[in-house]
Design a binder for this molecule. Sequence first.
Ligand code: PMP
Length: 400
Amino acid sequence: MRLAEHCRERLAEIRAADRFRRRRVIEGAHGPEVVADGRRCINFCSNDYLGLAADPTLSRRLAAAADELGTGSAASQLVTGHNAEHAALEAELADWVGRERALVFATGYAANVGVISALMGKRDHIVADALNHASLIDGARLSGAAKQVYTHANAGAADTALQACEGGHRLLVTDSVFSMDGDTAPLAALADSAQARDAWLAVDDAHGLGVFGPGGAGRVAEAGLGSDRVPLLLATLGKSVGAAGAFVAGDDDVIEAILQSARSLIFSTAPPPALAAAARAGVASARAGDDRRRHLHGLIARFRRGAAELDLPLETSDSPIQPLVLGAEARALTLSDALLARGYLVGAIRPPTVAPGTSRLRVTLTAGHSAAQVDGLLAALSDAIHDGAARRRCPARESA
Ligand code: PMP
């Protein structure tokens, strides 16, 4: 069979299952207001939690550093790709999250896959939350370790799973804030369990960094968990830090061992040094961002109050991720369409990203939003839900 023919069949299957996803074209800079597919709308789909992705402090630093350092790093880190800007960024990240050392990766996906597969092998055991991010799942698969999945956010179930592991090393791995639900892992209880069962705990603080903890040092810092309790701390620079890339932080020897063996880092060109310079500006802004954090948490409380008054199906989340779980895919799509028609961009999340029957609108709030924009979203939600026409699915819709 010709490849194109095979792909046509695959695409037909995806369409038949109503799982075809289309990218939107965004014009201009990222922010609370965007032009998506030619339509200006208020953006409630972004992970730019502190509103730094288009902040002039970062973009000016990026431009100045690109003028000075060029655009490409031209080699992997262990060859000649490790610039002084990367080294400074790593030192500042380690200082921020209170670890001896940090190691930068090109993306969070590469960090999670690289770290887990570097440290774990066929004779080892990985115990993972059922709702962990895909990159943690893929890292576990690549490592070849035996894997046990425990009920979401259930520390007792994690403990039982750890107890059942025989031989080899044990790694307990979890998101801090879950990306599609916005809730938080029971980090202290998981750390207790890991300690009691002689396991290492890895926490992906992608959605906690910048948002929680002293100076925005993250959900792990907020819980007061140092490297003795969480020896592997991972986070991305593409969300609250407003840049791109990611890092793992921990004790010096742990980080050195990862540098020596993480294939997603060794066999990949280092990120541009100018991007590291921009990330440094992002880290500085995030650390000094108490005003932004206060505003963001005020908006989260405002959204939750308003949504409760409207009797919307809120989840247990104190994070910028505020899903409204609606059940059927068509209902989530219909509401997303109805909101877009009213000028609000809110993603409909459905299987396979979430479990069947739990399709949802994933509202994400940022420090860039105003109270009036949040009130506007709530009014649009109320309007769309009560508008009978909005319940009818637009048949031509092919959504993200
Ligand atoms: N971990 C989590 C929990 C995430 O939500 C994401 C991105 N959505 C990643 C890792 C991957 O990070 P990056 O986008 O930098 O690849």
